[in-house]
Design a protein around this ligand. Structure first.
Ligand SMILES: [Zn+2]
Length: 71
């Protein structure tokens, strides 16, 4: 599992938690079920949190193993 935040790799424990939240359709930042799917390109999917505005690029969409925060 890989989570990239601000161009840096998140530490393993933190990355696992964030991926877990994303898989559960929860925002890793505010823990709300407010993720809205956005544009999809290839195997990647954009998610935007309607509650706090956090944006993520995740892949693959069904069982996420990669997530990158989008500024
Ligand atoms: Zn949020």
């Amino acid at each position: 599992m890989i989570v990239v935040e601000d161009d840096k790799l998140a530490p393993p424990g933190v990355a696992e938690q964030m991926i877990h939240h994303l898989r559960m359709d929860r925002c890793p930042d505010c823990r709300q079920h407010s993720l809205r799917p956005g544009p999809r390109g290839g195997a990647a999917q954009n998610l935007t949190c309607d509650a706090c505005g956090a944006r993520w690029n995740v892949a693959p969409p069904r069982y996420i193993t990669f997530a990158q925060r989008i500024d």
